[in-house]
Design a protein around this ligand. Sequence first.
Ligand code: SAH
Length: 344
Amino acid sequence: MKDIRTLSLDQLQEYFVSLGEKPFRAKQVYDWLWSKNMHSVDEMTNLSKDLRDRISQEYIINPISVDQLQRSKDGTIKNGVKLHDGLLVESVLIPTETRTTACVSSQVGCSLNCEFCATARLKRMRNLEVAEIVDQVALIDRQSKLYFGRPLSNIVFMGMGEPMMNYKNVVESIRKITEPEGMGMSPRRITVSTSGIPKMIKMLADEDIRVKLALSLHSAIEKKRNEIMPFSDKFPLTDIMDSLKYWYEKTGNVITFEYCVWKGINDQDEDIKALIRYCKQIPSKVNLIQYNPIGDGKYDQCNKAAEDNYVRQLEKAGITVMIRRSRGGDIDAACGQLANKSSE
Ligand code: SAH
């Protein structure tokens, strides 16, 4: 049977009219599905019992379920989330003093091959459905209320997968999360993180959704970046920059560059100079992400002196730089560690 959440509002309307029902039934059901995140037709109390039975004969709802929940000492919650076909992804709740951020997955596994990332070692199994992405957000919103007494405030597409490789569903999920008839969250609180596919960055810039964009750079030296992120030899840094300029023209939103500094890999002055030259081309800021080792010994967080050197030189060049300390490291919830360890 088909999941009722694959129907648009228009299609729901057609369906109810075909049953001889009033068109406004579609809005009621849409509200249960996309605003209230209701997973049971039987609990849609403003519909008659007959109508609920009729819907249930023709459609199902495939919710995600929490397979395993782990809490870190720092409050971070990692959910091992089970999909209707038994596959697993991970969704993380990251609390700070004032915010709760949901880090959501967009694919089961990943088709890219970033050498330093644990998810890259999993085969890409499939793209997540719109409802599977929205369900992760709704789940973390409920957990935030339960454990921290406040709703979810921010969403980052930084879990498993490359959002731009599941473009259609990611964009549609953002519509459901932001539209007033859905969850009504502000798009300014949503960040899509990409390893850099120029064509898709431009396409996202042309959508009528104004999310933030983060680009996983890690090196502004072409040859080096291609070694660290081999798939990117198809996407020259100049093409990526063109797409970012397009993004900025269209949205007016500053780009965030995500950047790990690794010992013996990109911790030298020449790396910093290249980064500064790259950043200077566009309104942007740099997030230095603390690296979480994935156990092969090749990539290691640089020492404090190298990090300080980055910060000093970037600031001197007038570039905003933030250091992002890792969260949830004790439960392997930190970025790049979402490799379904628990299911192996
Ligand atoms: N595919 C998207 C989103 C998922 S990764 C992207 O590449 O942006 C989210 C961020 O975590 C990226 O910046 C990625 O480079 C970074 N990352 C991956 N593995 C990491 C690790 N082990 N430690 C720290 N950051 C990591």
